[in-house]
Design a protein around this ligand. Structure first.
Ligand code: AMP
Length: 552
């Protein structure tokens, strides 16, 4: 037995659920059905002043499944979900599973270029989409895709508060050629679809993540993966039906899918949603609905604790807070605790690990590495083995820095229709995370660097290649290199260096505007520096790292 397979971290576990305990359900749909059977009138979602019970979710998702099936959607088909943190996201997931299909989680910030790619790559034949996103983005790109059925919804559905701070002056607009979700629910009331035959190994959700190539890949989050880590959240954070989950992470991201939706369906307990993250609106939701647990990126907690007048009583109900997705400076958790009285537990994972591979045991404080100043990301969660490998692929002993390589029941089997990418990132089923770190003698893990060029802007991942590809589309740009530069609030922000074609003139602002139009808001470069030449290796490869270090 090696040091990692001996799992030294087990000694740090809280009163652990026995290792090797398999969750009680095979699919996330079964999870929902068990909770529904146990308490149909229990609250599943609180959305402003709107309340959806498990029975309401069941009726709405039945209607959606009947509507989809009637429109030709078949088992195994994919449906895109292009909505914000609205009840429709959860209805969409359950509906597509009831129709025997899989969901494609799409960032609502995505623009036409990104949406076209995701719909085409996944081969989605249906799309559930906010009316405003349909009109502003989707309508024009759908003819290039295989999408035949579009169901639209509105953030005004299922609530009457219409808070202008998050909704602006959104109006109902029932676009031609689409089905309306609430109309489907009314039309098909009382009808149920044929029971779907889903298995634990079926893809529940495709979640897109990029790689060094810059081409987004659909991580195949299976039902078994999702159920396993929903149970991890439930048991690690000791959540019970008395709890309530605050949804501050985007639902399309793996944190929202597992740490908000799947766990709330499993416990079962209410999930509090607020369309988008607006600090003051979310604080109002905390004050009104008194949630007890949340997980989100550190910028969420910086923003919440920075709202003027916020105090300890606002956080009195939120007994359990976890943060992951981006590095956390120990000084930030200290300042948050000082202000709110709550300790932020670190949690670490990737899209490919269905949220956590590591977490700080509930009620413990993560140690800080005295050399690097890094806050520990915790210890591997249930049934998870994490090894640190050197450049040569050999296991490194505690204290030595190498790549974090993870295996466990939450690791995806691969990427959608990308066998080469799967073989490269998941050799033998173990995930090469591309994160660089070490384990100490006790079994605490620390991240110190990244092998990958990824930029982490407030938890949103930006892949330089994708931004560079867009910049190369500008007629004046000869070469482009994109790097992450330190940013006090976001951790990192995106910077581009570009050289121009002979005789071409363009300003940095024009390049920024060009990029902004073509990609989600978190991706476009906030600064552009125009240079004569980009630094290169003798073989002509652009040295991104040199540019990054120059700016650090
Ligand atoms: P995603 O696939 O969007 O979940 O991004 C996964 C990446 O986020 C990891 O490979 C890490 O680089 C980073 N990450 C996630 N959690 C943490 C954490 N707690 N501390 C530092 N970086 C993190």
């Amino acid at each position: 037995m090696g040091v990692y397979t001996d799992r030294p971290w087990l000694a740090l576990y809280p009163e652990d659920r026995p290792a090797g305990t398999t969750p009680e359900h095979e699919t996330v749909l079964e999870v929902f059905q068990a909770s529904l059977a146990a308490a149909p009138d229990a609250v599943a979602i609180r959305y402003f002043d709107g309340v959806l019970t498990f029975a309401d979710l069941d009726a709405a998702s039945d209607a959606l499944a009947v509507g989809l099936t009637g429109a030709g959607f078949a088992p195994g088909d994919r449906m895109g979900l292009y909505v914000q943190n609205d009840p429709a996201f959860v209805i969409g997931l359950l509906g597509v599973w009831k129709a025997g299909g899989a969901a494609v989680a799409i960032n609502p910030m995505n623009k036409a270029r990104e949406l076209t790619y995701l719909l085409t790559d996944s081969g989605a034949t249906a799309l559930l989409c906010l009316e405003e996103l349909y009109t502003s983005v989707a309508r024009d790109v759908l003819p290039e895709t295989q999408v035949r059925t579009v169901v639209t919804c509105s953030p005004l559905d299922r609530q009457s508060r219409d808070d202008p701070r998050v909704l602006g002056d959104v109006k109902r607009d029932r676009p031609d050629g689409t089905l309306d979700l609430e109309e489907l629910v009314a039309t098909h009331a009382g009808r149920a679809p044929e029971p779907a035959s889903l298995s634990r190994d079926d893809v529940a959700v495709l979640t897109y993540t990029s790689g060094t190539t810059g081409v987004p890949k659909g991580a195949m989050n299976t039902h078994a993966n999702m159920v396993f880590n929903a149970a991890t959240y439930r048991d690690w954070m000791r959540l019970t039906p008395e709890d309530s989950v605050l949804g501050v992470a985007p639902l399309f991201h793996i944190t929202g899918l597992i740490g908000h939706i799947a766990v709330a369906l499993l416990v079962p307990c209410p999930l509090v949603l607020a369309h988008r993250f607006h600090p003051e609106v979310v604080l109002d939701a905390i004050r009104e609905h008194r949630p007890t647990f949340t997980v989100g990126s550190i910028t969420v907690f910086i923003a919440l604790s920075g709202v003027p007048g916020v105090g300890r009583e606002d956080f009195a109900s939120l007994r359990t807070i976890y943060s992951g997705g981006a590095p956390i400076a120990p000084a930030v958790t200290d300042a948050f605790e000082e202000r709110t009285g709550r300790y932020i537990h670190n949690i670490y994972g990737l899209t490919e690990t269905n949220s956590p591979s590591h977490a700080v045991p509930l009620g413990r404080r993560a140690p800080v590495d005295p050399h690097s100043g890094a806050l520990s990301v915790g210890v591997p969660v249930y049934d998870t083995v994490v090894r640190i490998l050197g450049e040569d692929g050999a296991e490194l002993p505690p204290g030595e820095v190498g790549e974090i390589v993870t295996s466990g029941p939450q690791v995806v089997p691969g990427y959608w229709r990308k066998p080469e990418a799967t073989a490269e990132s998941l050799p033998g089923g173990e995930l090469r995370t591309g994160d660089v770190g070490f384990m100490d003698e006790q079994g605490w893990f620390y991240l110190v660097d990244r092998k990958k060029d990824m930029i982490n802007a407030a938890g949103y991942k930006v892949w330089p290649r994708e931004v560079e590809d867009v910049l190369y589309g500008h007629p004046a740009v000869r070469e482009a290199a994109v790097v992450g530069v330190p940013d006090e609030y976001r951790g990192e922000s995106v910077k581009a260096f570009v050289s121009l074609k002979p005789g071409a003139t363009v300003t940095a602002e024009e390049v920024i505007a060009f990029a902004k139009e073509r990609m989600a808001a978190y991706k476009y470069p906030r600064t552009v520096e125009i240079v004569d030449e980009l630094p290169k290796t003798t073989t002509g490869k652009i040295l991104r790292r040199e540019l990054r270090d120059r700016d650090a």
